[in-house]
Design a protein around this ligand. Structure first.
Ligand code: BMA
Length: 848
């Protein structure tokens, strides 16, 4: 430690004391139960026993794979050999001594996540209600008072027994079968990651385990249970705040309470002392608050709210802090007045925000294995795409604190579905309904302080296939149970009972109103594919936008062989399919068909065969952003289905299972630039619109050209300066379509290029099918610099460079799958998220 710092520390301690903020030891003691446990597995008829080590937090599949009892569940069709653990009983056991003087008046055992049906025994004694399971819900943290008759100073043995889900779901599912997507009879009855019952992008993996941290906590009869802070009103230089503190105080152990709010530079912006009480509420003002803005709009400053309980003798009994931020959020829903249409626009701190982003699914079927680094990688990719809006989809898991902290730091807005998806649920059974509401309460209290969170949603797609006037599964439950709970526990955010939802009397899933789940994926692709994309990308708030494409060959060969690439079975096995969309083609075959329709036929397994199925995703995502953003604020957002993968697949995701950017990611990223150019056909004209997400007017230099692909002089050229109004879209040029078509023929491209302060964008238009445009052979000149984990690639293209793409395992490029005009030179920056780059960066294009 250098000298300066030492003195700084001394000063801080003095300041704390001066402000009466505790630097003293907190009387609460924590004994972690994480780490190594013994695991014993019993097969269904208890004739077979397996003994192995286990890691907590963790799930049995990871331990079984590590110890070689199952193969890599993600390689080819190995998943078939990884289903048996679901039917076994698994017992975790740990022996431990407690630290000296650990036991105090009030001792609690806490498990943040038990997957799923479990009992807990300490020194042979059952913990919790003797007639009930300790856990029946993977999402519901469990705690129980073990102050007396459970623990001893040394030689404690704790055992957690996990029972097969069939034991609790089989009978119920037979007595009252509940139909649902992907037809799993147990799924509606089991409160765990719904997607791992098998979905149209992940295989079935029903695991078990202590999947989140566990501990024993010893209190001095007082603890701060929950904190809640939100911004009631916000003006430029003043924030009107509300704080609530819930505590448990036994035997009047706590006499006073201290609360303070600190900004991320350590400044205390508010503090309060009060007599300790189980419920405390305060309102206060902050002058010149640091306001939290979404990515691309402003900074994302964070604050820390802390509450402390003190004994009569001034001893600190317990302290609790939560991360938060100062912002307000509303959802503006303006009816078009035709009884059918209505907008849906996020308003943050009084500003309309165009919501660009994607849907989040669990990053592994075994979420305990998702590391902080993996979260950092995925959420940085999200931020670097220029995205600002993420939807946590209702068929996965509620995410970790690490996830939420990173979203807050990166300016990522998040909507949270409650974990219910594509299925009716037994909420008429009081036990199930109570369990669900308990789960919701725990989740609301855990997540409501995060600045990222913008609104809550009751479920995913229980409204689908219904009209607003219909009754649909859980509509009543959410309206009469969930909504009041949300209003009580988080009055600062809106709750929407389902997604999609709108006022279009014909359907809840309408492009004309509210949020919608659709996209051009299932539409046959023909010469007018641009028009089709435009028509399916005009939703008011597209909370799920369907498009799909292959990851790079390098990623495909991490879970299948070259041979598999050609035959296709393993591709199908990993891509899965959605049987409800019809059209007779599986998802994977649809991508193959659409890609060859647009870009031509290639030999199965060849580089071009893979590349066209990658590029389809790029082009459809770019066109989608053009179509939705040119209609800004009739359309106020588009979230791609889906951002990440839960296992190695080759479908919807923008980032593949290995964290590598797919072509679809680069298309979405190009379409998310601060200002973009967007084309559309209107009658007999082609129109260019500039759409800006910048909060100030932007001076743009624009150029529209018709460029022959062989490098000859442009057939048409127009340059002009235009100011694009702040946070709006503006049509800038109309061209007669027939003349453009004549000039274009089949060997030229219409290009609109814009440059503005430190931004740039380009949009292309060709007529008919892309495969019919002629691109002469072209040799790229490439110079690569490699500074270890980052560098650049300088590319010169004498003629038109068609779909120039760069690849190296674990490398992110700041642009990819782009077009190059004849004579153009581009410098592409790269960075590796897998340490030093040893392999060569491959640079290719379609007309090499
Ligand atoms: C929507 C989502 C998911 C599904 C996706 C692709 O239904 O809510 O359930 O995976 O479409 O089919």
């Amino acid at each position: 430690m250098v000298k300066g710092q030492k003195t700084g520390l001394t000063i801080i301690v003095i300041v704390f004391v001066a402000l009466g903020i505790s630097a003293q030891n907190n009387s609460t003691k924590v004994f972690s139960l994480d780490g190594k446990w013994e695991l014993t597995g019993y097969n269904p008829d208890k004739t077979k026993i397996l003994r192995l080590d286990a890691v907590v937090p963790g799930q049995v599949h990871s331990d079984l794979e590590r110890e070689g009892y199952i193969p890599d569940p993600f390689w080819r069709d190995n998943a078939e050999q990884c289903q048996w653990p679901e039917h076994w009983e698994w017992r975790y056991k740990k022996t431990f001594d407690l630290p000296e003087d650990f036991m105090q008046e009030w001792v609690m055992i806490q498990f943040d996540g038990l997957d799923t049906y479990a009992d807990i025994f300490i020194n042979g004694k059952k913990v919790g209600n003797p007639t009930q399971l300790a856990s029946q819900d993977m999402f519901l943290p469990f705690e129980f008072d073990v102050s007396r008759d459970f623990l001893k100073p040394i030689g404690n043995v704790i055992e957690v027994r996990f029972y097969p889900i069939a034991k609790y779901a089989d009978f119920k599912s037979k007595v009252k079968p509940l139909r649902g997507a992907f037809e799993d009879p147990y799924r509606p009855y089991v409160r765990r990651n719904q997607s791992t019952f098998g979905w149209d992008w992940v295989h079935r993996f029903i695991s078990a385990g202590i999947w989140r941290p566990a501990r024993i906590v010893s209190y001095k009869n007082a603890r701060v249970d929950n904190l809640f802070i939100y911004t009631k009103k916000l003006t430029e230089n003043r924030a009107d705040m509300h704080v609530e503190i819930e505590s448990t105080i036994k035997e009047s152990a706590a006499k006073s309470a201290k609360m303070y709010l600190k900004s991320d530079d350590g400044t205390v912006v508010w503090q309060k002392e009060a007599a300790a009480a189980e419920e405390l509420k305060f309102g206060f003002l902050i002058e010149n608050p640091k306001i939290w803005w979404p990515n691309g709009v402003g900074e994302h400053p964070l604050y820390n709210l802390t509450a402390e309980l003190y004994a009569e003798n001034g001893k600190l009994l317990h302290t609790k802090s939560v991360l938060t931020g100062i912002k307000t959020v509303e959802i503006e829903e303006i009816e078009d007045g035709d009884g059918t249409g209505s907008s849906m626009t996020l308003v943050i701190n009084g500003e309309r925000i165009y919501a660009k982003g994607a849907n989040w699914v669990p990053a592994s079927p075994f979420p305990a294995t998702v590391t902080e680094d993996k979260y950092e990688l995925l959420l940085s990719q999200f931020q670097e795409a220029g995205f600002n809006m993420m939807r946590i989809w209702g068929g996965g898991i509620y995410e970790s604190e690490t996830f939420w902290k990173k979203c807050a730091e990166k300016g990522i807005m998040v909507s949270q579905d409650m974990m219910l998806a594509c299925q009716n649920y037994p909420v008429d059974e009081s036990g199930f309904a109570q369990l669900l509401l308990k789960e919701f309460e725990a989740i609301i209290k855990k997540q409501r302080n995060y600045p990222s969170l913008v609104f809550w949603v009751g479920d995913n797609e229980l409204s689908l296939g219904h009209k607003p006037s219909d009754d649909w599964p859980l509509k009543g439950f959410h309206t009469h149970k969930t909504a009041p709970l949300m209003a009580k526990l988080d009055p600062s955010r809106l709750f929407r009972i389902s997604s999609p939802l709108g006022i279009d009397p014909e359907t809840n899933n309408s492009l004309k109103s509210g949020d919608s789940h659709t996209g051009p994926l299932y539409q046959p692709k023909k010469a007018d594919y641009r028009k089709v994309v435009d028509e399916f990308s005009c939703g008011r708030f597209m909370s799920e936008y369907f498009s799909s494409g292959l990851p790079p060959r390098g990623s495909l060969l991490k879970f299948m062989t070259q041979e598999d690439l050609i035959t296709g079975e393993i591709m199908e096995y990993h891509t899965k399919d959605n049987p409800y969309h019809g059209g007779g083609l599986t998802l994977y075959r649809r991508v193959t068909k659409d890609a060859s329709t647009l870009y031509g036929e290639y030999e199965a397994g060849s580089d071009m065969w893979v590349s066209i199925q990658e590029y389809l995703h790029y082009e459809l995502n770019r066109l989608a952003m053009e179509a939705n953003r040119r209609r800004k604020f009739y359309s106020s957002g588009l979230n791609f289905w889906m951002f990440n993968d839960q296992w190695p697949a080759s479908g919807w995701s923008l980032i593949d299972y290995y964290g590598d950017r797919k072509a679809g990611y680069y298309g979405a990223m190009a379409g998310s630039r601060p200002v973009i150019a967007a084309s559309h056909i209107e009658g007999d004209e082609i129109v260019w619109t500039l759409s800006s997400d910048k909060m100030e007017d932007t001076k743009v230099k624009a150029k529209v050209i018709i460029q022959p692909t062989n490098g000859d002089k442009t057939k048409y050229e127009k340059t002009f300066n235009v100011t694009v109004p702040a946070n709006a879209a503006r049509e800038v040029i109309h061209l007669p379509l027939n003349e453009v078509k004549k000039e274009l023929g089949n060997d030229a491209v219409l290009v609109c290029e814009i440059n503005y302060d430190n931004g740039y964008d380009r949009s292309y238009w060709t007529f008919g099918l892309p495969k019919d445009v002629v691109y002469p052979k072209n040799q790229l000149d490439v110079k690569i610099t490699n500074n270890g984990t980052e560098g650049s690639v300088i590319i010169k293209s004498p003629k038109w460079g068609r779909v120039v793409n760069l690849y190296a395992d674990g490398v992110d490029f700041d642009d990819n799958y782009f077009e190059m005009l004849p004579g153009e030179e581009r410098t592409i920056s790269w960075k590796s998220h897998k340490g030093e780059l040893k392999e060569e960066i491959k640079v290719a294009s379609w007309n090499e």
